[in-house]
Design a protein. Structure first.
Length: 110
């Protein structure tokens, strides 16, 4: 790369009698639009990676909670209640904002 750069610079400067011995790139900068797009892409990748980790951890915690409830015979959940619990726990664990507690005074079947 450096040799090709030297050759091209020397070809342009030869008319002025300048002989180029060495040429190197000491600073490389992208156009603002390209730099901005690259930064957005890096940020998006970081967000996706972080969310993936959060979801993996949340799913593990939900599985662990359900296993403990089953093993300790705390509660016996049918499929519908189990699905509701999984959904609620995932919302709480994956949410970016603080969650507000909701007290359910009814039943899933009414």
């Amino acid at each position: 790369m450096a040799e090709q750069l030297r050759t091209e610079i020397e070809a342009r400067l030869q008319k002025a009698g300048v002989h180029v011995i060495e040429a190197r790139i000491s600073h490389l900068a992208y156009a603002p639009k390209i730099a901005s797009a690259m930064l957005r892409r890096q940020q998006a990748s970081a967000i996706v990676a972080a969310r993936t980790k959060i979801v993996e951890g949340a799913v593990g915690m939900v599985e662990m909670a359900l296993d403990h409830l089953s093993q300790n015979k705390v509660v016996d959940l049918d499929e519908e209640r189990r699905a509701a619990m999984v959904s609620n726990m995932l919302v709480v664990l994956c949410s970016e904002h603080n969650v507000q507690p909701v007290v359910n005074t009814g039943t899933l079947y009414s």
